[in-house]
Each structure stands twice: as structure tokens, then as C-alpha cells.
Design a binder for this molecule. Structure first.
Ligand SMILES: NC(=O)c1ccc[n+]([C@@H]2O[C@H](COP(=O)([O-])OP(=O)(O)OC[C@H]3O[C@@H](n4cnc5c(N)ncnc54)[C@H](O)[C@@H]3O)[C@@H](O)[C@H]2O)c1
Length: 269
């Protein structure tokens, strides 16, 4: 049986770790060829693990010349780009807004939103030449709702969601679909300790307020990206898909005090 991405040429940024690495494995399982871009060097190891359908490239997504070189490399190798996953990003430096530095703002925004903009700009330019494609951006639940002390990161991710929706409109009649995933709290490289295991150790605490009461995994995101990248999502564009165990719909303020609110089971009261 043909895979869900059979013969599709895909670029995945941030492919050296976490969600991007999981996308690489999942996409190739479904018949894709992948160009794996990262700044860390770990994309080489991922490409080796994935096999001959994968090629690695160094790319800092905040650097326009390097993004253009990544797009050109995919065109050279595959002749076209069917799928572009703008997934590279990083967090950290959480603090109240007045304690945030302008330098931190610039670093976070250079990668997390400028990087997505550059990927889309040059990826779409390429897709327009070949008749279309699918873009999957990685946003965040913190760009859907407010996470305390995440003003800088949340603003960048909310911007990614808005870029996604407006680009979806711009190219809706050009065969290019543009969607985003809004991960909740995922057990990936962004979380301390996650490098050692794909799922949290037994008994590791789950953050309060996640209705499904577990951490998300990189593969949860890869499966969502697979759907949005595939032709199964042919009539889906401009969507910000939360993959968060119900976190956004059940949200009542991460880290915020919630007087009078209890999450205890009624039978325990
Ligand atoms: N982990 C979470 O809980 C969570 C939640 C919401 C959103 N996200 C987003 O998910 C995406 C993937 O993160 P992850 O959790 O898999 O983390 P991760 O750290 O495991 O992977 C991110 C990858 O991006 C790469 N990267 C960072 N800066 C780059 C740059 N300038 N150019 C190219 N590559 C760069 C890193 O080297 C790394 O390999 C990010 O955009 C992140 O903001 C993560």
C-alpha cells in the first residue's frame, strides 16, 4: 500500500531533535524523501538513522541566505518541494515582561518568527513554480492562550499563527495550503531531561491543567504534521491545530493562582 506521503519531497527544519526528528522518521515511514535542516549538527545523525531517503543540511533559519540555500538544495535534490515544515525554534528565559531584555526578544523572534517567515517566503516562491504544496508551521499553545512569564515567546508564537492564517488566504487559490500545529507541553529537547528518553520517566509530574493528564510526545506532533502535510488534508488550510491533550480548551492559567478552583475528583471531596 502506498504511504501517506509517497513520493513527496519534504523539508523539515529543527530536524536534529524533538518534534523535527520525529517528523523525519514518521514522514519517511510514509514514503517521503526528506531534507533535514538544523543548526545543531544533530541533523546528520538523524539522517543516518532515517536512511537513504534523508539528506541533512546545516541551516540557521534566522539567516536569509542560509534559508535560500536550503530551498535551493531541496530543489536540486528533489526537483520540487511538496512539504515544508517550519519547525525550528527554542524557548527559555521565562520571566515577567519588565525583566525581559531586548536582546532576548531579538534572539527568540529571529528564530521563532523571522525563521518561519523566511521559510515561508522562499518555500512558497519555490512551490509557486511547481504548482503548489503544503506548509506546516510549529506554533505553540502559548500563542493561543496566555502562559504566565512567556510574553516574549508567546508573542512570537502568536505571530506564527497569524502568519499561517494570512498566508493560507494569500495562496488559497494557488494550491498551497498553510497550517500550523500548536503543541502543548511536550516531552522534547525544550524540556530539561527529555534528551535521555522519548517519554517521561515513570512518576514524573505532569503539569497541572492538562485534561489528558500526560506529557505530549514528539510523535504526537509528528502524526499531526503528517496529516496536515498529506493529501488527506486537501481541504484544510489556515488551521491552528492544538495538539495538547485538551490543554487550551481546559486552560485556567499556568502558574496562576486559582482561588476556589480545585481539580480534585468529586468523589474525593
Ligand atoms: N516542547 C514543547 O513543549 C513545545 C511546546 C510548544 C511549541 N514548541 C515548539 O516546537 C518546535 C520544536 O521544538 P522541540 O520541542 O522539538 O525542541 P527541540 O529543542 O528538541 O528541537 C528544536 C530544534 O530546533 C533547532 N534550532 C534551534 N534554533 C535553530 C535555528 N536558528 N535554525 C535551525 N534550527 C534551529 C535546534 O537545534 C533543535 O534541534 C519549536 O518551534 C518549539 O518552539 C515546543
Amino acid at each position: 500500500m502506498a504511504g501517506r506521503l509517497e513520493g513527496k519531497a519534504c523539508i523539515i527544519t529543527g530536524a536534529g531533535s524533538g518534534m523535527g526528528r520525529a517528523m523525519a522518521h514518521r514522514f519517511v515511514q510514509e514514503g517521503a524523501q526528506v531534507l533535514l535542516a538544523d543548526i545543531s549538527g544533530q541533523q546528520d545523525e538523524v539522517a543516518r538513522a532515517v536512511g537513504s531517503a534523508a539528506t541533512a543540511i546545516h541551516c540557521d533559519v534566522a539567516d536569509e541566505d542560509q534559508v535560500q540555500a536550503m530551498i535551493a538544495a531541496a530543489e536540486d535534490r528533489f526537483g520540487r518541494i511538496d512539504v515544508l515544515c517550519n519547525n525550528a525554534g527554542f524557548g527559555g528565559g521565562m520571566a515577567p515582561l519588565h525583566k525581559q531584555s531586548a536582546e532576548h526578544w531579538d534572539r527568540i523572534h529571529a528564530v521563532n518568527i523571522r525563521g518561519v517567515f523566511l521559510g515561508m517566503k522562499h518555500g512558497i516562491t519555490s512551490m509557486l513554480k511547481t504548482g503548489g504544496g503544503a506548509i506546516v508551521n510549529t506554533g505553540s499553545a502559548s500563542g493561543v492562550i496566555g502562559w504566565k512569564h512567556h510574553s516574549v515567546y508567546g508573542a512570537a508564537k502568536a505571530g506564527v499563527h497569524q502568519l499561517t492564517k494570512i498566508a493560507a488566504l494569500d495562496y488559497s487559490d494557488k494550491g498551497i495550503r498553510v497550517n500550523a500545529i500548536a503543541p502543548g507541553t511536550m516531552w522534547t529537547g525544550l524540556v530539561a531531561g527529555s534528551a535521555q528518553s522519548e517519554t517521561p520517566p515513570e512518576g514524573y509530574p505532569v503539569l497541572a491543567g492538562i485534561p489528558m493528564n500526560r506529557w505530549g510526545t514528539a510523535m504526537d506532533i509528528a502524526n499531526a504534521a503528517l496529516y496536515l502535510a498529506s493529501d488527506e488534508a486537501a481541504f484544510v488550510t489556515g488551521v491552528i491545530l492544538p495538539v495538547d491533550g485538551g490543554y487550551c480548551i481546559g486552560f485556567s492559567g499556568m502558574g496562576a493562582e486559582r482561588p476556589g478552583v480545585t481539580t480534585a475528583d468529586p468523589e474525593d471531596l
